[in-house]
Write a protein that binds this ligand. Structure first.
Ligand code: NAD
Length: 243
């Protein structure tokens, strides 16, 4: 089947669906210039560090300043980036498909800046901090006045779910509900290597959803339709089929 026929088929699935869930990962922001974790390169100063070794509670305990500086670097990249055509298409899809609920593994704010409203953030937010002792969450001052930042004598940490940490149980339950209820699940720009987020796809499949994967290097989970290509190319083409 040609790609165009696949796009039409995907669009007809979306039109018929009473509930649509979208799961995004780092790949959706790649065309905004935000490197993904797997296959990332060209990060200059940070090339000698492995993100998977910096985004851990152990790394923070050992060297909070290094971890904060890495997140400052990542925030800077995102501040200077703009949402791409894929983010904007997803935001418009929310108007075309009112049941659409967006679950993201991303910690950037590009979905929000593109206009998406109904966003479940699985892994936190680059622009927030939380207490290392208390559970207070605060927006980060821009620029940071001290590294690591403190509030009322308590050291703050990035409000990010690090490798090896548990996700907020309410947020995870909401995401799993959306996976179970989905008639169509769109999986965009994720390598499906990070758990429990990766369980959303099999959960939706088991619950009878049709699953469409958008990725230039798709994982091709059996039973899913693949739209091979980048988010900024495929999503506007899919949107055009829906209008
Ligand atoms: P990942 O880095 O493991 O995988 C990226 C995926 O995106 C790959 O499958 C790749 O083939 C695909 N991809 C690359 N370019 C693409 C494009 N232009 N369009 C569509 N797909 C493209 O990312 P992950 O699965 O999200 O898991 C990594 C973890 O790291 C997540 O928790 C995520 O929150 C975090 N992370 C977030 C950001 C961000 O917020 N922008 C960036 C890097 C990593």
């Amino acid at each position: 089947m040609t790609e165009n026929l696949e796009l039409k088929k995907a669009a007809s699935w979306l039109k018929q669906a009473k509930s649509v869930t979208v799961l995004t990962g780092a790949g959706v922001s790649q065309e905004s210039g935000i490197p993904t974790f797997r296959g990332a390169s060209g990060e200059g100063l940070w090339e000698k560090y492995n993100p998977m070794e910096l985004a851990t509670p152990e790394a923070f305990e050992k060297d909070p300043e290094l971890v904060w500086r890495w997140y400052e670097y990542r925030r800077d990249l995102v501040r200077n980036a703009r949402p791409n055509a894929g983010h904007y298409s997803l935001a418009r899809l929310e108007n075309l498909l009112p049941s659409l609920s967006l679950i993201t593994q991303n910690v950037d704010d590009l979905h929000q800046r593109a206009g998406s409203r109904n966003i479940t953030r699985l892994h936190g937010n680059l622009f927030e901090a939380r207490g290392t002792q208390s559970s207070c969450v605060i927006p980060l001052p821009d620029p940071l006045r001290e590294i690591p930042p403190h509030q009322e004598g308590e050291m703050l940490r990035p409000n990010i779910v690090w490798f090896g940490e548990s996700l907020d149980s309410k947020i995870l339950a909401r995401a799993f509900d959306a996976a179970r209820q989905a008639e169509v699940l769109l999986v965009i720009g994720t390598s499906l290597q990070v758990y429990p987020a990766a369980l959303i796809l099999p959960l939706a499949l088991e619950s009878g959803a049709r699953v469409i994967e958008i990725n230039p290097f798709p994982s091709r989970v059996p039973g899913t339709m693949v739209l091979e290509g980048t988010a900024a190319k495929i999503l506007p083409a899919l949107e055009a089929e829906l209008i």
